[in-house]
Ligand binder design. Structure first.
Ligand code: HEC
Length: 178
């Protein structure tokens, strides 16, 4: 997906360009507060961290599902995932959330909510497996990413009323860039 990579690269380059080369005035949304933008190495570190977290969360969630969940009445792994995401947020590490991309969410709270989530849901629905941006929150740079979540096996598919392999949702990440 050349288009995807192009957009991604543009966002990153634009951010670095803004902060590194243009002294004043700052007009980019991410620089409105006059803060220094993130450097490329810091953005790369955040991206690496998302890759690690994504492997960790997906392995854990699918593992819990395969081991403990047998029928619709059982507690789905998504609920455990939400608890872990919540704990990580409270401890100040990062934010993560499972959102719906199928258009048939099991929970209304899974519907894409923020601008980034809406954009990411659209891109992933359009066929991308991954989408990212560099943004800002409370005057500090953040790295946002979304990774695809398909119905990886039959039990996901059965509970969610889709076919195995169909697109279900995405995990959306927001990490501080430091
Ligand atoms: C026991 C039934 C069940 C199984 C099995 C199950 N899910 Fe879910 N899933 C749910 C429920 C219920 C929710 C809503 C949880 C909540 O309250 O937030 C949900 C939420 C989700 C969401 C968030 C979007 C939405 O629909 O609300 C995704 C994405 C998701 N599940 C993916 C998966 C994947 C991938 C698997 C297999 C590894 C899986 N689920 C297995 C029942 C299930």
């Amino acid at each position: 997906m050349r288009y995807a990579n192009g957009v991604r690269a543009c966002v990153v380059v634009a951010m670095i360009g803004c902060s590194g080369w243009v002294a004043a005035p700052r007009t980019g949304a991410a620089d409105d507060k006059g803060g220094k933008g993130p450097d490329k190495a810091a953005v790369d570190r955040a991206r690496e961290q998302v890759k690690m977290l994504d492997d960790l969360y997906k392995t854990a969630v699918v593992g819990i599902n395969d081991t403990y969940v047998e029928k619709q009445a059982d507690v789905p792994a998504a609920v455990v995932a939400a608890q872990v995401f919540d704990a990580m947020k409270k401890k100040g590490w990062h934010e993560a959330r499972l959102i719906d991309v199928s258009g048939k969410p099991k929970s209304k709270t899974s519907v894409a909510d923020t601008d980034f989530e809406k954009k990411a849901a659209k891109e992933i629905k359009g066929g991308k497996a991954y989408y990212e941006e560099v943004g800002e929150k409370n005057g500090k740079p953040v790295f946002r990413a979304a990774t695809v979540v398909p119905a990886v096996n039959n039990i996901c598919a059965k509970c969610h009323n889709v076919k195995q392999g169909d697109l279900l949702g995405a995990i959306v990440y927001e990490l501080p860039i430091k």
